[in-house]
Ligand binder design. Structure first.
Ligand SMILES: C[S@@+](CC[C@H](N)C(=O)[O-])C[C@H]1O[C@@H](n2cnc3c(N)ncnc32)[C@H](O)[C@@H]1O
Length: 250
């Protein structure tokens, strides 16, 4: 559905997130609401390919293939509080079924079981100790969280000092012409696609409405600052259809 609804563009938005993050080997990622594994796979791929990046002819298109991932099931559903995360990327989602989707994707890609953990957990009450991760990401997930302020405070708590918060979320389109086209597509096409492909009009109607209810880019920037992050900024992607917010725990 992500591919159909965004005409595949969600892959480019996720690639942009990784390019801006530019992670280094040895860094630890927590991807919250990350059930599909899309961000974690890209992170591990990016990190693994980093030593080759001095030779442009050997650079890989990170959207085309995932080289590293794993389905490392942990007892009790994940990483317990007080336990040092051994993996380089931890995918955390409140929905076990979504994590299964990510795991199946990893398995279907035939990838080895290293570097990745799958953890059931709520963004508002993360099952991790303080100061654990170098990067916290949430892609198209924070909109679904009941108390966004709590989720942001949790992000700050689990990041190491100097760690980075990055959020991909739908935003407000500023160009009036694009906004009109986007509205027409959202309200007239997305629920229809939801019905035809997933047999679920209501959920996709809700999706469109929840996008409209989510705070605009400037308001969300203030919320990230209020949670305690520094050097908060955002960039609009595809004319503001999506925004990438970033901030640091200093
Ligand atoms: C639209 S999906 C995004 C999945 C993935 N990040 C991506 O971009 O492909 C939203 C995800 O948020 C998860 N979610 C909703 N509320 C959550 C919460 N309170 N804590 C953690 N995950 C949550 C859902 O289970 C779902 O997997």
């Amino acid at each position: 559905m992500n591919d159909v609804m965004s005409l595949g563009v969600h892959r480019l938005w996720k690639d942009t997130l990784l390019r801006v993050m530019s992670p280094r080997p040895g860094q630890r990622l927590l991807d919250v609401a990350g059930g599909t594994g899309d961000i974690a796979f890209r992170f591990l791929d990016y990190v693994s390919s980093r030593p080759e990046q001095t030779d442009p002819s050997r650079q890989r298109d990170i959207s085309s293939k995932y080289y590293y991932c794993a389905s490392e099931e942990r007892a009790g559903g994940g990483l317990a509080s007080g336990q040092e995360p051994s993996s380089r990327a931890v995918v955390c989602d409140i929905n076990k079924e979504m994590l299964k989707v990510g795991k199946r994707k990893a398995a279907s890609l035939g990838l080895a079981a290293t570097g990745l953990s799958w953890v059931v957990g709520d963004a508002e009450e993360l099952p991790f100790d303080d100061d654990q991760f170098d990067v916290y990401t949430v892609a198209f997930g924070i909109r679904n969280v009941t108390h966004v302020d709590r989720a942001l405070r949790e992000a700050l708590r689990v990041l190491k000092p100097g760690g980075r918060f990055m959020c991909l979320e739908f935003g407000k389109v500023t160009n009036p012409l694009l906004a009109r086209l986007y509205d027409a597509y959202s309200f007239q096409m997305i629920p229809v696609l939801g019905e035809v492909i997933a047999g679920d009009w209501k959920s996709y109607q809700y999706l469109v409405e929840s996008i409209r209810r989510f705070p605009d880019q400037e308001t969300f920037k203030c919320m990230v600052e209020d949670a305690g992050f520094s050097r908060v900024q955002y960039r609009n992607l595809t004319g503001g259809v999506v925004a990438l917010h970033s901030g640091f725990k200093l």
